[in-house]
Design a protein around this ligand. Structure first.
Ligand code: APR
Length: 255
């Protein structure tokens, strides 16, 4: 039996015995949908300086540039389609009564694939938030231009103060409710599926470490070995959009 088939069999066996499942995803889960990751060779942070495009200070110094990068990402995400991995994760939540998807991704591909039991710990690319009253809005509810100028930057309909993208930037905290749900799920799951994340952001790394310390089986799907792989009981070095449908087919064959 080829090593990969062995690993898939081991994953199927782990899922067959699981009751409380936590799925933790990063940008790699959307790779087969054509969206870039952040830290790979062709990643977002190779084209955009995160200190400008992923910090509040950067936004306040260059609001037009930062907003237009997010407008470009909104177009990319709008044109992308959920892949087989998103679809499997959405089906999983219906198979396991105790289930939560914790995603770092700000795209809406999990939702469009049908996931409902999810927390988005880094925000949502379509959202915007008032810098003064913190009211949040969906940018799709406004007739915004494809590209903003200084004169057309989005302002809060209530207090007419500048709005920012509703994204959790470096140096900022994950919203309490999302963090509590993610901590609870990673602390109580008996299986954690880690899909397409480098683990470079501490919050995410902590979820995996906590699950491992609580005795959960850790399954990692990532073509590249990373800092999280040390916690993985089973590491499947394959693209998520390709291998998750294979795993799901084996898993549901015997259900
Ligand atoms: N399938 C699965 N994993 C993949 C695939 C694929 N097809 N292609 C790439 N990967 C893996 C890479 O090997 C890498 O480990 O996806 C991971 C992407 O890592 P990052 O680019 O660091 O993205 P992510 O882990 O989601 O970053 C976390 O950092 O910059 C912040 O807010 C940003 O949410 C982001 C957070």
């Amino acid at each position: 039996m080829k090593l990969m088939e062995y690993r898939i069999d081991a994953v199927v066996e782990a899922f067959s015995g699981a009751e409380r499942v936590c799925v933790f995803t990063g940008a790699g889960a959307s790779k087969e949908s054509g969206l870039p990751t952040f830290r790979e060779i062709d990643g977002e942070w190779k084209h955009y300086d995160p200190m400008t495009f992923a910090t509040l200070e950067g936004f306040l110094s260059e609001p037009v540039q930062v907003w237009n990068m997010y407008r470009m990402r909104q177009r990319q995400i709008g044109e992308a389609q959920p892949n087989g991995g998103h679809s499997v994760i959405a089906q999983m939540e219906r198979q396991y009564p105790h289930f939560l998807l914790v995603t770092q991704n700000v795209d809406d591909l999990h939702e469009r694939a049908g996931s409902r039991k999810l927390v988005k710990i880094h925000g949502d690319c379509w959202g915007m938030r008032c810098l003064q009253c913190c009211e949040t809005y969906d940018t799709r509810d406004f007739d915004f231009p494809a590209e903003f100028t200084t004169e057309t930057l989005p302002i809060c309909p209530k207090c007419e103060v500048l709005c920012r993208p509703d994204i959790v930037w470096f140096g900022e905290f994950v919203p309490d409710d999302a963090m509590h749900a993610a901590v609870w799920s990673s602390s109580t799951c008996d299986l954690m599926l880690v899909v397409g994340t480098s683990g470079e952001v501490s919050g995410g790394y902590g979820f995996v470490e906590r699950a491992a310390m609580n005795g959960a089986t850790i399954v990692e799907i990532n073509p590249t070995e990373g800092i999280l792989t040390q916690h993985a009981h089973i590491w499947v070095p394959e693209p998520a959009g390709v291998v998750l449908p294979k795993i799901w087919q084996c898993l549901t064959m015997y259900k």
